[in-house]
Design a protein around this ligand. Structure first.
Ligand code: NBP
Length: 476
């Protein structure tokens, strides 16, 4: 065989990845269940590089140099298992199968273990950036063995997005680490999008700005510390006018957000790992709520507050305060996301480099942002902070933003504009910094109804109060 790498599954993602590889000078074997897709790829893009088309799995495998590197880009779930089952009997020890689809990391762990038994490397690889990213440079998050990264890493690094001369690709850790980190990326993406949406809503409904004006404000923010792909595209969406009606595009779109499930996965695994990711959870719930048309319809007549008009002079100042609230809430969402990565890494023994995750998200992926340089610095210098919130520079940002942040949340509450992302982030911040939490009372309640016992602030051990008797205290 002469191809350095093969791609099977040539829908939009696989086709673009194969083209990206070929454009970077690699010889790429290409294969798809339905062979017409393979022929189309070669016919349309064959002049971009060296492709070796294969109609059958056997032919595909035979066209690869050894150890073989096979990239699977098919629909996640059963199709991925079907393709693995088809290829495994054709492979030899040392060969590698990389799954670049959106697999759940538990599936990846299962597949990795099964293939390891047979001497094969299974690399669950998160790829972010959509079809454009796949073609022009995605952010790539490969899991799997160190050894497999030595063989696959150079190829993947060559096609990844580059930031300041560094590829947005790094070995994340064994087995499911890559897909886990990709999942958290998507969870953070949900939170980021929700926070931006809330900022828009407040600028519109509290400050009274029209979408075109808000687009300008976002463009301004994009020149500063919020500089990011999501802020940039938000400005473009808000500036867009519907051709049919002449109305702002955002006003003709049904306000029911859809989701494919990676946000839900993030929150589910956070619950399992005991990590409070309230910002991400609120973002997932907010999308869910938006889609409950019947529920919303039933509640529409419920009363809201009287709406005092904002003084026109206040609008510009309020917009600045929203920027600060958005930035502070974003710090919280990312702090929670990194907490989850850390917890996953400990639970599964992945030893994930927290700074490197920030580094490879600076380009190619949906949450790419200047902001990630700060996270990389925070986790890259000296001892890692327990939470991003206490990193010296982020703590400074929070200190200077907090009054504005509180004002925005208070204003949203007074005026009846839902801001679950901003509010949850602020509550998280205040809960973490609280001297005492009412959790003490909850322990009392639990001990009362269930004799669950409690610990004391002043003595070691577990205690139980005889609530139904003389209320004396016993060692639990
Ligand atoms: P799809 O997710 O739409 O999958 C289509 C591909 O899967 C086709 O090549 C199809 O072959 C193949 N396939 C199916 Br379906 N069942 C199969 C089976 N039983 N055996 C063999 N092949 C089978 O493609 P995509 O949108 O390019 O996404 C590919 C992967 O990348 C997915 O896991 C997706 O979640 C992930 N991803 C997508 C994006 C994105 O922006 N679209 C971004 C990041 C990751 P056929 O041609 O013969 O039907």
């Amino acid at each position: 065989g002469q191809a350095q790498i093969g791609v099977t599954g040539l829908a939009v993602m696989g086709r673009n990845l194969a083209r990206n590889l070929a454009r970077h000078g690699h010889t790429v074997a290409v294969h798809n269940r339905t062979a017409s897709r393979t022929r189309e790829l070669v016919k349309e893009f064959g002049d971009e590089g060296a492709f070796v088309p294969a109609e059958s799995a056997e032919e595909f495998v035979a066209s690869l140099e050894r150890p073989r590197r096979i990239v699977v880009m098919v629909k996640a779930g059963a199709p991925t298992d079907a393709v693995i089952d088809e290829f495994v009997p054709l492979l030899e020890p040392g060969d590698m199968i990389m799954d670049g689809g959106n697999a759940h990391y538990e599936d990846t762990r299962r597949r990795e273990a099964a293939l390891r038994e047979r001497g094969l490397h299974f690399v669950g690889c998160g790829i972010s950036g959509g079809e454009e990213g796949a073609l022009h440079g995605p952010s790539i998050m490969p899991g799997g063995s160190r050894e497999s990264y030595e063989a696959l890493g150079p190829l993947l690094e060559s096609i990844a997005a580059q930031v300041d001369g560094e590829p947005c690709c790094a070995h994340i850790g064994p087995d499911g680490a890559g897909h886990f980190v990709k999942m958290v990326h998507n969870g953070i993406e949900y939170a980021d999008m929700q926070l931006i949406a809330e900022a828009y809503d407040l600028l519109r409904r509290v400050a009274g700005y029209e979408p075109a004006r808000i687009a300008e404000i976002f463009r301004g923010w994009n020149e500063g510390r919020l500089d990011s792909y999501l802020i940039e595209i938000t400005a473009q969406v808000l500036a867009h006018t519907d051709a049919d009606t002449g109305k702002p595009f955002v006003d003709v779109v049904l306000d029911q957000a859809e989701q494919k499930g990676t946000g839900r996965w993030t929150v589910q695994s956070a619950l399992d790992l005991g990590v409070p990711v309230s910002g991400i959870a609120e973002a997932v719930f907010a999308r869910g709520l938006s889609g409950h048309a019947r529920l919303r319809e039933a509640a529409r007549a419920l009363p809201g507050p009287e709406r005092p008009e904002l003084h026109p002079d206040d609008a510009a100042r309020f917009a600045d305060q929203v920027e600060q609230a958005l930035y502070a809430s974003k710090i919280v969402a990312y702090a929670q996301g990194w907490q989850l990565i850390q917890a996953g890494s400990e639970e599964y023994g992945w030893d994930i480099d927290l700074a490197s995750v920030a580094a490879i998200w600076r380009g190619g992926c949906i949450i790419r942002a200047r902001f990630l340089n700060g996270i990389r610095r925070a986790f890259g210098e000296g001892e890692a902070p327990v939470t991003l919130l206490t990193d010296e520079l982020f703590a400074d940002d929070l200190r200077s933003a907090q009054n504005a942040w509180r004002h925005v949340v208070a204003r949203a509450t007074e005026l009846g504009v839902p801001a679950p992302g901003f509010s949850a982030a602020l509550a998280y911040y205040d809960a973490l910094r609280a001297e005492r939490l009412p959790a003490a009372l909850i322990q009392g309640q639990r001990d009362f109804f269930g004799a669950h016992t409690y610990r004391r602030v002043d003595r070691e051990g577990d205690f139980h109060t005889l609530w139904g008797e003389d209320r004396s205290e016993r060692r639990g």
